[in-house]
Design a protein. Structure first.
Length: 296
């Protein structure tokens, strides 16, 4: 198999098209198209479905990309590391992070990392969905309470917990009375269970507003629209300043933020450097450490 042709196929698959791959690599589009056609002929397989406007991997093409794409990346990184003599991390580092963490902490984290490792070109995208690391070309993903995945390894680097908070002017309901609530998605009346000094308590809530961002939920709760369930780190400053009051902790498991990367991939110097950066930023992984990144 022609490794150069295989590398060109991987480049096109990673960028999702000949034009985008040619621009990213500063290579002629016609050359990439010819090399991929030669690889298809050598393998006697169609690797791409070529439409009028888009390009999609066939089932065989996807299997080849998943099996060889990361291996080629490792070869490139190994050659670069040998050539650099084990010098500081460099090159592109693509990270996917959940929206709330990105909005509250990732800007400062990325800036501090860039100052420490100026030779690394950091690219961070925000997405709450489960991205396909190999298909979409990510080196590292940060996820909240991820489902087990045999193809990924990682660790929890930060833990948070949900609390029920409200504006001090909003009276806590007595008995079975429902309290207005600001939630991520509106719906019928429901019950919130929370841990208090007197044990487990349940309050009926009436969702009066649904907002897609937890930062928007916090702002609406601050304004007195209703009570809300929010991460402790996000309301820590408001509780300390008296802008919000704590009704209790949600009776649910903690929120865990994980860093994940493919098991088949050797840990690159760039990924290792960023993992170390997170460890230094959150040595104990507590909500207070995350709250320190959130602007008042």
């Amino acid at each position: 198999m022609d490794l150069l042709a295989l590398a060109d196929f991987t480049l096109v698959a990673r960028h999702g098209g000949f034009g985008r791959a040619a621009r990213a690599a500063n290579r002629p589009k016609a050359t990439l198209s010819r090399r991929v056609a030669e690889l298809e002929a050598a393998l006697d397989l169609r690797l791409f479905e070529r439409g009028t406007r888009d390009l999609k991997l066939t089932e065989e093409g996807r299997a080849l990309f998943e099996r060889t794409g990361m291996l080629l990346t490792e070869l490139e990184e190994s050659a670069a590391a040998i050539a650099a003599g084990g010098s500081a991390p460099k090159g592109r580092l693509r990270i996917s992070a959940p929206l709330l963490f990105a909005q509250t902490a990732m800007g400062r984290l990325a800036a501090d990392f860039a100052l420490k490792h100026p030779a690394v070109r950091l690219e961070v995208t925000t997405d709450d969905r489960e991205v396909d690391m190999i298909e979409e070309g990510y080196d590292l993903v940060i996820r909240v309470n991820p489902a087990p995945d045999d193809n990924l390894v990682g660790r929890a680097f930060l833990r948070d917990r949900l609390v029920v908070v409200a504006n001090p002017a909003l009276a806590r309901p007595a008995g079975k009375a429902a309290v207005p609530a600001v939630v991520r998605t509106t719906g019928d009346r429901q019950t919130w269970r929370m841990r208090t000094e007197n044990g487990i308590a349940a309050i009926a809530v009436d969702p009066v507003m649904g907002l897609s961002s937890l930062i928007m939920v916090r702002d609406a709760v601050r304004a007195g629209v209703g009570a809300g369930r929010l991460p402790l780190s996000l309301v820590s400053h408001d509780l300390a300043d008296g802008a919000l009051v704590l009704w209790g902790e949600v009776d649910a498991p903690d929120i865990a933020l994980w860093t994940l990367y493919p098991t088949r991939r050797l840990l690159s110097a760039r990924v290792a450097a960023f993992l170390d950066h997170l460890k230094q930023a959150f040595p104990n992984g507590t909500p207070d450490e995350l709250a320190a990144y959130i602007a008042r």
